[in-house]
Design a protein around this ligand. Structure first.
Ligand SMILES: [Zn+2]
Length: 354
C-alpha cells in the first residue's frame, strides 16, 4: 500500500553537540550528517576558544563524515578573555557564530562568562564580522525552573548595547522566551528542540526519574510547552530547528549526578513531524507541512544569511521502532531520545542533488 509522504528541502540543524575525536564523535557526527545538510556545531566539548581549535575540530568532524553531503558550521566559545582580535581570527577561518554560555550553567561551561559587560568589545567584533551571537539563556545559581526567565534581561542588555548584533536564544523552553522572540526585533531569533515540543517536565520526573530525557534547560510546564508549539506552528520567520542533540555515554546519564543532554538526532525529524501534524490546527490557515518546511529548511538559513539547501528529503508516515541503544566503535553505549518507542513518521528518501 502506498504510504503518505511529502518532500522538504534538506534540513539544517542549527544547534548540535558532537564530541572530541572518539567513538562518540564517530557515532554522532555521521548520524547527524545522514539527516541534516548543515549543522551549527557547539563549542563546549571539546572547548573551541581559538581559531586553531576551530580548524582542528572541523577537520576531525570532516574526517568522520567524509562522503556525506554535510557541512559542519563551526562556532567559537566566548570567554571573558576572548578579544576582538580572536573573534576576527575565528571569522577568517570560517566561524559562523559565537556561543555565550553563562559560567557554570551546563556541560563544560566552567570557562563561560560570569560578567557579560566584560564582553562588550567582543560583541561589537562579532557584529562587525557579520557573525551571530548564540545564547544559552539561563542564569546560573537561580532555581532551575526560573533560570531561563531570569537571564532574559541580560540578553536585552546585550542587544541594547550592540543593536546590530544578530542574537539567537537557543533551545527556548518558556512562555516568556517565546513571547520575547515573537514580539522582538528583526535581529532576534530562537531555536526549539524536539524534546521541548514533545513533552514537559513530567517526561523527566513525573513517572519515575528518566535521565535520558534530562537536558538543560529542563523541560517546563504544559503551558510553556503549549506556547512553544504555538510559536513553532505559527510560521514565525525567526524560529527554527536546533535539536541540541548531545551524546553522553550511558553511565554518565544513569548516575547519582547524571549529566544533562539528550541524544535526539536519530529521532529529531520524526518527532518534529509528529508534533506539527498533531497540532496542525495552529498553522493558522497554512498547512503543517508548509510550516515544518520553513522551520526545518528555510528559517534558519535565512536568519544566518546562508543559501537555502539544494537537495530534498522525503518524510513518510510509516511506523518504526527507535533502537534501545547505539553502540560506538569503542563499545560505549548511548541511549537515544525515545529509545524503544514507536514513532509514526520517518525519513523515507533523500536526494542530495535534486
Ligand atoms: Zn546545547
Amino acid at each position: 500500500m502506498p504510504i503518505e509522504t511529502f518532500e522538504i528541502p534538506r534540513p539544517d540543524n542549527m544547534h548540535v553537540h558532537f564530541r572530541g575525536m572518539s567513538g562518540l564523535l564517530r557515532l554522532a557526527a555521521p548520524l547527524t550528517a545522514s539527516v541534516f545538510r548543515r549543522a551549527i556545531v557547539m563549542p563546549n566539548v571539546p572547548q573551541i576558544r581559538t581559531a586553531d581549535d576551530l580548524v582542528n575540530y572541523r577537520r576531525d568532524i570532516e574526517s568522520v563524515t567524509e562522503g556525506a553531503d554535510f557541512e559542519p558550521l563551526m562556532t567559537l566559545m566566548l570567554t571573558e578573555e576572548t578579544t576582538p582580535e580572536m573573534i576576527r581570527e575565528a571569522h577568517a577561518v570560517g566561524c559562523s557564530a559565537v556561543k555565550l554560555y553563562p559560567k557554570g550553567v551546563t556541560t563544560a561551561s566552567q570557562h563561560g562568562v560570569a560578567d557579560v559587560m566584560k564582553c562588550e568589545p567582543a560583541f561589537g567584533a562579532i557584529a562587525d564580522c557579520g557573525m551571530l551571537l548564540l545564547v544559552h539563556p539561563e542564569k546560573p545559581g537561580e532555581f532551575v525552573l526560573y533560570r531561563e526567565r531570569m537571564y532574559l534581561d541580560m540578553v536585552r542588555w546585550i542587544m541594547a548595547h550592540v543593536p546590530d548584533l544578530r542574537v539567537v536564544l537557543e533551545h527556548i523552553s518558556t512562555f516568556t522566551s517565546s513571547r520575547m522572540v515573537q514580539d522582538g526585533p528583526q535581529n532576534l531569533a530562537a531555536t526549539i528542540t524536539p524534546m521541548h515540543l514533545h513533552g514537559d517536565l513530567d517526561m523527566v520526573l513525573g513517572d519515575g526519574l528518566r535521565p535520558h530525557n534530562f537536558c538543560y534547560p529542563v523541560l517546563k510546564t504544559p503551558e510553556d510547552r503549549r506556547e512553544l508549539i504555538r510559536l513553532a506552528l505559527s510560521g514565525h520567520p525567526r524560529v527554527f530547528a536546533g535539536t541540541d542533540s548531545a551524546p553522553h555515554v550511558r553511565g554518565a546519564k544513569e548516575s547519582p549526578c547524571g549529566c544533562a543532554g539528550v541524544f535526539c538526532d536519530p529521532v529529531a525529524i520524526p518527532v518534529y513531524a509528529a508534533v506539527f501534524e498533531q497540532h496542525s490546527e495552529l498553522a493558522n490557515g497554512s498547512s503543517w507541512r508548509d510550516r515544518i518546511r520553513a522551520f526545518l529548511s528555510e528559517n534558519g538559513a535565512d536568519f544566518y544569511g546562508l543559501p537555502r539547501n539544494e537537495g530534498t528529503m522525503r518524510l513518510g508516515r510509516a511506523s518504526w521502532s527507535v533502537p534501545g541503544v547505539y553502540v560506538d566503535d569503542d563499545g560505549k553505549e548511548v541511549v537515544p531520545f525515545l529509545a524503544g518507542e514507536t514513532l509514526e513518521w520517518q525519513i523515507t528518501e533523500r536526494d542530495d542533488h535534486a
